[in-house]
Design a protein around this ligand. Structure first.
Ligand SMILES: C[S@@+](CC[C@H](N)C(=O)[O-])C[C@H]1O[C@@H](n2cnc3c(N)ncnc32)[C@H](O)[C@@H]1O
Length: 242
């Protein structure tokens, strides 16, 4: 499912390669586009993630698929002494590094190029791990989640923010229209990469959410798995622990 949907529909290249290339290409206008396509609501969702993480008073946090680092930057409010923002796209990381340097947060936040499916950290290393709009881009979802599970401390918090689908009428129909018609159009208007925003809506439509995603987390070994739909269900915040 999430393995079959790729940005450039190029059968000769892995999803990972295509995803990295796509985010490298759109990195310069990713932040602006993000605000437009979510009407700025993503800022509110990220704040909720930070509140959930803050409650656990973490010292070391890993933000997987950090992109341009918005969540990592917000996570500095938790009082953590070490935050690592990890991503496969060097283009996204470069944009993030500039923002972090401007905010003088580079003593706390490091932006690291790496693959969620093969994390270079020892077991039980992080007190908290977050992923915002990242899991549906993983080439092998369960491998990525297992790696996160491995490096999370027992009792540590794992928070995922990901797109989902409203289940109630008329929100469901409204969301389908928006994601199939408006979203690719905005992508075409604002981005050099025409495939990028069709990929974003196609991958969102195919990705498991709610109970289906809870079950995947539980299968990996996570416990106390809770899904909390946001804004009519267009996104969901999942929390879990180990
Ligand atoms: C939609 S962006 C989200 C960025 C950021 N978390 C945010 O909320 O704005 C998805 C990010 O996932 C990254 N990504 C995809 N697969 C990855 C992997 N296997 N390991 C690390 N990062 C990955 C992409 O490079 C991209 O920057």
């Amino acid at each position: 499912m999430s393995e079959k949907i790729t940005p450039y529909k190029d059968k000769n290249r892995s999803k990972k390669e295509q995803v990295a290339e796509m985010f490298d290409t759109i990195s310069g206008n990713y932040d602006g586009l993000n605000r437009v396509i979510s009407f700025g609501i993503d800022i509110k969702w990220r704040k909720k993630v930070v509140r959930l993480v803050s409650k656990t008073k973490p010292k070391r946090i890993l933000d997987v698929a950090t992109g341009t680092g918005d969540l990592a930057i917000n996570l500095s409010k938790t009082g953590a002494s070490e935050i690592i923002g990890l991503d496969i796209s060097s283009g996204m990381l470069e944009v993030g590094k500039e923002k972090i340097a401007e905010k003088k947060l580079d003593t706390i936040i490091s932006m690291v190029q790496g693959d969620s499916e093969n994390l270079a950290y020892e077991e039980n290393y992080f007190d908290a791990i977050t992923v915002a709009f990242g899991v549906r881009n993983f080439e092998h979802l369960e491998k990525g989640l297992s790696e996160i599970y491995r490096v999370l401390k027992p009792g540590g918090i794992f928070v995922i923010l990901e797109t989902s689908m409203p289940t109630k009428t008329p929100y469901r129909q409204g969301y389908k229209f928006y994601s199939k018609t408006i979203l690719p159009l905005i992508g075409k208007l604002f981005s050099k990469d025409k495939s990028a925003y069709s990929y974003l809506s196609e991958s969102a439509a195919a990705f498991p959410y709610g109970e289906a995603f809870n079950n995947i987390l539980k299968k990996i070994g996570f416990i106390e798995v809770i899904d909390n739909p946001q804004t009519f269900g267009v996104a969901t915040i999942y929390t879990a622990t180990k």
